[in-house]
Design a protein around this ligand. Structure first.
Ligand code: PDD
Length: 290
């Protein structure tokens, strides 16, 4: 598998960084995850814009201009053996000669990218939805930045895995924030609800697409704080991310979500939103092919 490290394309197995890298020592870096369909990166400009916002937020200069990023990403995608991919980008504040918290002077950042096969939800997961648990959001005050310091997400996600579930929905002071690696939407009385973007959640690229699609198709939606009770008693729940797209959550803390014919199954709004999403994604990809 090909990777990119500090100006060089090389096999992933040969990529090496210093143990003094600040990404390793302090989680001092930012990252992005970009889905690629049939060798076309999806919403790459939006991902690069969010990367810039994360770098600005941690006061790390962007080492490359837009065209340079595009060229690196293009080459990685072209060299891969698989067509549907996930491109990972990470930039850290580099490796100093000592371990010291303040920013080092004159140390170049570490830039690392690699691509791997896209792991999309299975047909069975799409059909039946997935199970989630809830947990307290124990993360820091800048969840809007996509930083590599993910220990709280890792611990929180492991709670889901330990319970045989796919995702953990995080709650802070009685309100929904997001999933450990996704944004969360719920549907109540036909209205799509999701929290507003602020420092408590990552501004998801897929979240934006879902809200655009709701507006375009005239689906009732409200962006406002969503309480824990509203999540627990929702008619429908789904998660969004670049790799999961729109994926129904049909069990929460061991109880089925929904009512009537849709109890414990992805509901009509979830199915419709996933269909709109797939249609939109395919149209963008067809345009890229043309
Ligand atoms: N995670 N919230 C968190 C905490 C996330 O880590 C992610 C994505 C999202 C969804 O963002 P987007 O729609 O832009 O992918 C929300 C990626 C996929 C990851 O870390 O693997």
């Amino acid at each position: 598998m090909t990777a990119y490290l500090n100006g060089e394309f090389l096999p992933l197995s040969e990529a090496r960084i210093s143990p003094l890298d600040r990404g390793f020592l302090f989680g001092d870096g930012a990252y992005e995850v970009i889905p690629v369909y049939s060798r076309h990166p999806f919403r790459v400009d939006e991902h690069l814009r969010r990367l810039q916002a994360s770098l600005d937020g941690i006061r790390l200069a962007n080492p490359y201009r837009g065209e340079e990023w595009h060229a690196i990403i293009r080459r990685l995608i072209a060299d891969a053996d698989f067509a549907d991919q996930t491109v990972y980008i990470q930039i850290t504040r580099g490796a100093d000669s000592k371990r010291d918290q303040p920013f080092p002077r004159d140390v170049p950042p570490t830039v690392f990218l690699f691509t791997s096969p896209l792991v999309a939800p299975s047909a069975a997961q799409r059909e039946s939805g997935v199970a989630a648990i809830t947990a307290n959001d124990i993360r820091w005050g800048r969840c809007d930045l996509k930083t590599v310091a993910l220990l709280a997400n890792v611990l929180t996600r492991q709670l889901a895995v330990d319970a045989g579930c796919t995702e953990t929905i995080m709650l802070r002071n009685g309100f929904l924030t997001e999933g450990s690696a996704s944004n969360i939407f719920c549907v109540r009385d036909g209205v799509i609800l999701t929290p507003p973007k602020d420092h408590r959640m990552l501004p998801g690229i897929t979240y934006d697409i879902v809200l655009e699609l709701a507006a375009r198709h005239g689906a009732a939606h409200q962006v406002r704080p969503v309480s824990e009770t509203e999540v627990r008693t929702a008619d429908e729940l789904w998660m969004t991310s670049s790799t999961k797209e729109v994926l129904g959550i049909t069990q929460l803390d061991g109880r089925p979500i929904g009512k009537g014919d849709y109890l414990g199954k992805p509901g009509p709004v979830t199915r419709q939103m996933h269909a709109w999403y797939a249609e939109f994604r395919d149209a963008v990809m067809r345009k890229a092919d043309a």
